[in-house]
Design a protein around this ligand. Structure first.
Ligand code: AMP
Ligand code: GLY
Length: 434
C-alpha cells in the first residue's frame, strides 16, 4: 500500500523529516510557515498553527493520511497526537500525557525519581519564588534554574556558568514563573541520543553534540541550537562506548516505565566525572540534531513508521558510517534581538556543489519567509547546512564551503565541528576524569 504521510511543523528538523520520508511516501505538511524545502517535497503545505488540533485533524482527513509525524513539542503539548490517533490516523509522536516528559520539567524529574531512572540530578520544585530564592541562598553549590514549562530551550539559567546566584534570583523574581525546578548543576560535556520508540522497543541513533550558546567559544545566551556534529559511528570523540551504552540504558529504562510511548525519545545527557547524567528528555527529534541523524540513516524511515503503526517489531537500524556537521545561519541579533525581514539569497545549486568525492553537502530551510521576490529572515533560525563525510573535519569543511555558497548577511558559529573545538571537548573530558 502506498502511504500518505502528514508532517506537522515547518522548521529545519521537519525539512529533514520530509527528506527522509519522501523517497517512499506521498507527503503533505501543515505548519505556520511555508518552508521552501518542505514545499519542494510535499504535495501541499496547509498553513495552520501547529497547535490548532481541529484544523490539523481536518486536513489529515481531507488528504486521507495513513500516518502522521509530529515535529515540534508545542504540537505534542497541544494534543495533536491524541487527536490524530483518536481520528484513526497513527501518529509517530507521543500523546500529550507521555509528552509531559518534555513539556513539564517538574514532572520529568519526579518521574525519574519515582521510577528509579538512573542519572537524575538532585532537584527541588517551587511554586513560590521567594522560597526558590531562599533555596538558592542556602544551597551549597551551583544550580540550574529551570521554568517547568516550555521555553524553546531559552529559559534555563545556570549559576557559576551564565549567571551569578544574585542574577538567578533576580531572574526568578522578574519572570515570576508559575513553577520552577532548581537542580544540581551538572558539569561535563553534553550530548544527545535520540531513539525511535514504539511497541515497547527502543532503536537508538548515533550520539550528537549540539551547541546551545549563541556565540563562538560557547559564549552568550542559550539558543534553540546553533549547530551540531556527529562522528562516523555511535559515539563522539570525547566519550567511549560505555558512555553511549549508559545513555541508551537510560532511554530503555524510561521506555520500560512508559510502555505506551511512541515517537522519538530524545535524551540530553551530561557526561560528568561520575558518568552519564540526564539534563532533560524531549519527546521529539532535536533541532538541529535531526539534520545530523536522518541523513545518515540507511534504513528507510518509512519502514520505522509503518512497523510502529502496524504493531510490528521495529527494524534494526543501519547507518551510513560517516560524520556530519550542521551549522545554522541565524538573523543578526538572534536570539535576544533578532532582525527579521532581511532579504537572503540561498543558491541551492552552489550549496550542493560544495560536495566532494566522499562527502555530501545538504541544505535545510528553517524559519524563512518565502515571498514573491525571494526569501526573508524571520526572528528565528533561517537555514542550516550539513556536511557529511568520512571524518568530522572533512564534514566541517564541506559545511563551511556550503555556507560560503549560501551567501552572507546571517550569523553563523564557524567554530562548530572544527578540530580546535572538538579537541577542547576531548581535553575538557580528560581533565574532569583525571
Ligand atoms: P534544557 O532546556 O533543559 O535543555 O536546558 C538548556 C540548557 O541548560 C542545557 O542544554 C544545558 O546546557 C543547561 N542545563 C540544563 N540543566 C542543567 C544542569 N542540571 N546542569 C548544567 N546545565 C544544565
Ligand atoms: N537541540 C535542542 C532541542 O532540539 O531541544
Amino acid at each position: 500500500m502506498s502511504e500518505t504521510v502528514l508532517l506537522v511543523g515547518g522548521g529545519g528538523r521537519e525539512h529533514a523529516i520530509a527528506r527522509a520520508v519522501t523517497p517512499d511516501a506521498t507527503l503533505y505538511a501543515c505548519a505556520s510557515n511555508r518552508n521552501p524545502g518542505i514545499a519542494a517535497l510535499a504535495e501541499e503545505i496547509r498553513l495552520v498553527d501547529e497547535r490548532d488540533v481541529e484544523d490539523i485533524v481536518a486536513f489529515a482527513e481531507e488528504i486521507d493520511a495513513t500516518l502522521a509525524v509530529v515535529g515540534p513539542e508545542s504540537a505534542l503539548a497541544a494534543g495533536v497526537a491524541d487527536a490524530l490517533d483518536d481520528a484513526g490516523i497513527y501518529t509517530f509522536g507521543p500523546e500529550s500525557d507521555a509528552a509531559r516528559i518534555e513539556t513539564d520539567k517538574a514532572y520529568q524529574r519526579r518521574f525519574m525519581q519515582d521510577e528509579g531512572i538512573p542519572g537524575c540530578p538532585d532537584f527541588e520544585t517551587f511554586e513560590d519564588m521567594d522560597a526558590a530564592c531562599d533555596y538558592i541562598d542556602a544551597y551549597d553549590g551551583d544550580l540550574a534554574v529551570k521554568p517547568a514549562g516550555l521555553t524553546g530551550g531559552k529559559g534555563v539559567r545556570v549559576t557559576g556558568d551564565q549567571v551569578t546566584k544574585a542574577e538567578a534570583k533576580a531572574y526568578l523574581r522578574e519572570e515570576d514563573y508559575d513553577r520552577v525546578v532548581l537542580e544540581e548543576r551538572l558539569v561535563g560535556e553534553e550530548f544527545t541520543v535520540q531513539a525511535f520508540v514504539a511497541n515497547g522497543e527502543v532503536r537508538p541513533t548515533p550520539a550528537v553534540q549540539d551547541h546551545k550558546r549563541a556565540y563562538e567559544g560557547d559564549e552568550g545566551p542559550n539558543t534553540g541550537g546553533m549547530g551540531s556534529y556527529s562522528d562516523a559511528g555511535p559515539t563522539l570523540p570525547f566519550m567511549d562506548a560505555a558512555d553511549y551504552d549508559a545513555a541508551v540504558e537510560i532511554l530503555e529504562a524510561t521506555v520500560d516505565a512508559l510502555p505506551d510511548y511512541k515517537g522519538v525519545l530524545y535524551g540530553q545527557f551530561m557526561l560528568t566525572a561520575d558518568g552519564v547524567r540526564v539534563v532533560e528528555f524531549n519527546a521529539r527529534f532535536g533541532d538541529p540534531e535531526a539534520m545530523n541523524t536522518l541523513p545518515v540513516l540507511d534504513t528507510p524511515f518509512l519502514d520505522v513508521l509503518t512497523a510502529a503503526r502496524d504493531g510490528e517489531s521495529l527494524p534494526q537500524l543501519a547507518f551510513d558510517d560517516r560524520a556530519t556537521v550542521c551549522k545554522y545561519a541565524v538573523p543578526a541579533g538572534y536570539p535576544t534581538d533578532p532582525e527579521s525581514g532581511a532579504h537572503i539569497a540561498v543558491d541551492e545549486e552552489s550549496v550542493a556543489a560544495a560536495a566532494t568525492e566522499t562527502g555530501d553537502a545538504l541544505l535545510f530551510y528553517a524559519s524563512v519567509d518565502a515571498r514573491e521576490d525571494g526569501l526573508y529572515t524571520t526572528t528565528s533560525r533561517a537555514f542550516a547546512v550539513v556536511g557529511v563525510d568520512e571524518t568530522i573535519t572533512a564534514a566541517e569543511e564541506i559545511a563551511e564551503a556550503a555556507l560560503a555558497a549560501a551567501g552572507d548577511g546571517l550569523r553563523v558559529r564557524h567554530d562548530i565541528g572544527t578540530p580546535d573545538l572538538v579537541q577542547r571537548r576531548i581535553d575538557h573530558m580528560a581533565d574532569l576524569r583525571e
